[in-house]
Design a binder for this molecule. Structure first.
Ligand code: ZN
Length: 199
């Protein structure tokens, strides 16, 4: 393993720890991947608490999902990651998480209107909602496919969100910003209701 691959593995571990410590994932939730060469990716394994992940547990796979290296099976959401890499040559890293407020928006059927916050709009652009798909099935890539070409982040109905980036730092920041934006919009809606009650 060369030093570039080891650095990417360590960056995935760091991203997973930040996702867990920020409350964007719990237990064995979520998955993180990045390109490691023209024909291969690194991706977190399934069923493992991501906050405790070790660099050596990360799977290396081909672009068809075949395991090239690693002691554990790659994430069951690998098909979603591979679809994005196939459709977006500009994307080199993907983060999937279950941010609580973002996910609550999808449950309530409220769109996440990033346009009202200039910095969220600049970082995320329009954030579409992919219709419900059973996690870990072929339905997930099918549900996001219409939005992949034009998006930096996609909400997954009753499930969570996925963000893309040129690298892991960018994909992580987009996920962090997404939940932050949802928190602000949620609190604004509470204050609007409170203000209406006082009238
Ligand atoms: Zn998930």
């Amino acid at each position: 393993m060369d030093s570039q691959e080891m650095n990417l593995r360590l960056a995935i571990v760091k991203t997973c720890r930040k996702l867990e410590s920020s409350g964007l994932i719990v237990a064995s939730d979520g998955n993180v991947s990045c390109r490691v060469g023209p024909d291969s990716i690194l991706i977190t394994p399934g069923g493992v608490p991501k906050g405790e992940l070790a660099a050596g547990e990360i799977a290396k796979t081909g672009m068809d999902g075949s395991l090239l290296e690693g002691p554990l099976k790659p994430s069951s959401e690998i098909r979603m990651h591979l679809l994005v890499y196939r459709m977006r040559p500009d994307v080199s890293a993907i983060v999937h998480a279950h941010p609580p407020i973002v996910t609550a928006f999808t449950l309530a059927g409220v769109p996440l209107d990033t346009k009202v916050l200039p910095e969220a709009w600049l970082m995320l652009g329009e954030v579409p909602l992919a219709p419900y798909a059973t996690p870990a099935t072929e339905e997930v890539p099918r549900s996001i496919e219409p939005h992949v070409a034009e998006s930096r982040a996609i909400l997954l109905e009753r499930h969570g969100a996925v963000t893309f980036g040129q690298d892991l730092a960018q994909a992580w920041m987009r996920m962090e910003k997404l939940e932050h934006c949802a928190k602000i919009l949620f609190h604004a809606s509470l204050l609007t209701t409170a203000a209406a009650c006082r009238r």
